[in-house]
Write a protein that binds this ligand. Structure first.
Ligand code: GUN
Length: 290
């Protein structure tokens, strides 16, 4: 079987175009949506994410408020900034980039964000809404995964879905989204017994473990939809000493021989995360500004 390659880059570009049109409408009424992004410290991966977020925010016509704080920032200082952003009428969405330095309790910061501006969907109020089927903000990466799944198969009710990974950011909300679509969902993790066999039951397989190419081709049920959330940097021996390349959590070439559809890495789930963040920010602005 030759799998459909799910082009997340193209899907995300289309989504951003639709968002930009809606933002232009709002701007004409003097209600330009605004997204505040806070980064603490100098984690290089976080700096790249934040730069991309700010660029794409401006590209869709929104206002971008960037707050770059030193690694020595105290919890009280960060909570002070969050309170200021909560109160700022120009700010519709707030994102505090994770991870945070160890002197700051990330959960405390997440809980300090106004749930109406929590475009990451990490606040317990929004996590609870997702769990109970009430509209709220959904974590961007799982939301992007669901949109990609639905781009190849609209009705997924009754399908067996396996999510590998149980993080609050990806695994758990992904499972909740799939339950919301009436899938039969298994959440697998590091303690799961016979993971390959569990995966072989999946009509939809979502890998979010952060281990390069862990999911092998023979773990994939023939015809399955495979969504690879992993972004792992590994040595690129063919390119020479010190060179690296990015691979997912799925052994792509092997899995593509059995799947009906599969996301590549890069160019699959990755571009969807920021596009969904902008979607959530637009949603926040529409609700807040009426
Ligand atoms: N760090 C890595 N991914 C994310 C994300 O989606 N949101 C936030 N706030 N931090 C992250």
């Amino acid at each position: 079987m030759s799998a459909t390659i799910i082009d997340g880059k193209a899907y995300a570009a289309g989504l951003r175009t639709r968002i930009a049109e809606a933002v232009a409408d709002m701007a004409r009424q003097g209600a330009t949506p605004g997204l505040a992004v806070v980064i603490v410290g100098e984690d290089p991966a976080s700096q790249i994410y934040v730069k991309n977020k700010a660029r794409q925010t401006v590209e869709v016509g929104m206002r971008s408020f960037e707050h770059v704080l030193p690694a020595s920032t105290s919890e009280a200082e960060l909570l002070g900034l969050v309170a200021q952003l909560n109160a700022d009428p120009a700010v519709d969405g707030i994102l505090v980039q994770l991870p945070l330095p160890k002197q700051i309790d990330a959960q405390k910061v997440i809980e300090a964000i106004d749930p109406a501006k929590d475009v990451d969907g990490f606040h317990p109020v929004n996590a609870g809404k997702l769990m109970t089927g009430v509209p709220g903000f959904v974590s961007c990466t799982p939301l992007g995964c669901l949109l990609l799944i639905q781009s190849v198969r609209k009705d997924i009710a009754g399908l067996d879905a396996v999510v590998i990974g149980r993080s609050n950011i990806v695994g758990k909300p992904m499972a909740q989204l799939l339950i919301g679509q009436s899938c039969t969902v298994t959440v697998a993790h590091s303690k799961t017994r016979d993971l390959p066999e569990v995966c072989r039951r999946a009509d939809i397989l979502v890998a979010a473990v952060g281990r390069p190419e862990m999911v092998r081709g023979d773990w994939v049920k023939p015809g399955a939809i495979v969504i690879d959330v992993g972004i792992n940097r590994v040595p690129n021996l063919a390119a020479g000493e010190g060179k690296t390349r990015v691979v997912g959590d799925v052994a792509y070439a092997e899995a593509a021989e059995r799947a009906s559809a599969i996301t590549p890495v890069p160019g699959g789930v990755g571009p969807m995360t920021i596009a969904c963040l902008l979607r959530n920010t637009l949603q926040a602005a529409c609700i807040r500004r009426g």
